[in-house]
Design a protein around this ligand. Structure first.
Ligand SMILES: C[S@@+](CC[C@H](N)C(=O)[O-])C[C@H]1O[C@@H](n2cnc3c(N)ncnc32)[C@H](O)[C@@H]1O
Length: 287
């Protein structure tokens, strides 16, 4: 790994002090490596002041989406009385299909951008013979991910901003964005940066996010504005940027799954949940 890398292991003794406070933010250029290799957080860029991530965490709490370690461990499986049961059924199905696809491509280095609490990164690491990196900038989410999934040997969690020029020039076979692209205002900038991180022939997977037509997008924006106002966080609407096909078009995305009435009918027939969001794949050409 080149560029800046800080490996900070979580101490073996648990304490109530948050992980970020215990390990501190390592200064630029300093490499800290400690003994416990299984509990780890890698700092790929220096932590900035990004008020969005505090706001985002508060919103997640208000939505009842911050998981306990016990419930996080069993995701995407949830009890039938879980408030987001239907959503997790859908997510379980898209995660299962994603794993099958990545397996067939013999992916060896997988990055999940916007891994949050890490459940999907863990799921990928469990099911693939690959090294998986879950990347985010939300310290509370990464703390939880490391606490719950830190023992998985082929999984590493990292803090980093892919748009920061300091982000290490590493290479991945597959990059996954699950329910994440809507938090990036400039899709072209993001996808350009991610394509640069792909090995030739590598792919970016966009899953579990709505993708709108240009006509639908203003309505989606208005709905999210109303939703966050009602939740008590109107400022969050400024950070929510519904994705449009138009923004993705220059990258020639391919549908691996496209929701439709027929798909809804087939899902009903098979007893599987209907997945309302597309699965789009962007590929970096072979050199
Ligand atoms: C809805 S959560 C999705 C978490 C996980 N991928 C999943 O499927 O459950 C979106 C995540 O994107 C992360 N995120 C948003 N903007 C980001 C950025 N610029 N860099 C890294 N992560 C980001 C948030 O912190 C959050 O954890």
């Amino acid at each position: 790994m080149n560029g800046f890398t800080w490996i900070c292991a979580r101490p073996n003794n648990e304490s109530s002090v948050p992980l970020s406070h215990r390990i501190g933010f390592p200064p630029l250029g300093v490499k800290a490596v400690t003994a416990n290799k299984t509990s780890k957080l890698v700092w790929l860029t220096s932590p900035g002041t990004a008020p969005f991530f505090d706001l985002y965490h508060a919103v997640r709490e208000a939505e009842g989406r911050v998981q306990s370690p016990e419930s996080l461990r069993s995701l995407p499986s949830v009890q039938t009385d879980h408030p987001h049961f239907q959503e997790w059924r859908i997510r379980a199905e898209s995660a299962r299909l994603l794993v099958a696809d990545l397996k067939s491509r013999c992916a060896k280095r997988v990055l999940e951008l916007g891994c949050g609490n890490g459940w999907l990164s863990f799921y990928l690491a469990q099911h693939l013979e690959a090294s998986v990196c879950g990347l985010d900038q939300s310290i509370p989410e990464l703390e939880m991910a490391v606490q719950v999934f830190g023992e998985q040997p082929n999984l590493q969690f990292a803090y980093g901003d892919v748009l920061d020029p300091q982000f290490p020039n590493q290479s991945y076979d597959q990059i996954v964005l699950a329910s994440c692209i809507q938090y990036f205002s400039d899709k072209a900038q993001l996808l350009g940066a991610l394509l640069a991180l792909l090995a030739p022939g590598g792919q970016i997977h966009l899953i579990d996010s709505p993708v709108y037509t240009l006509d639908e997008r203003p309505k989606a924006k208005a709905r999210s504005k109303a939703y966050y106002a009602e939740l008590g966080f109107p400022e969050m609407a400024d950070h929510y940027h519904p994705c449009s096909l138009h923004e993705l078009a220059p990258f020639q995305p391919q549908y691996r799954y496209r929701p439709s009435r027929l798909q809804r009918f087939l899902a009903r027939l098979s007893g599987k949940p209907f997945r309302p969001f597309p699965w789009l794949v962007l590929e970096r050409e072979h050199d």
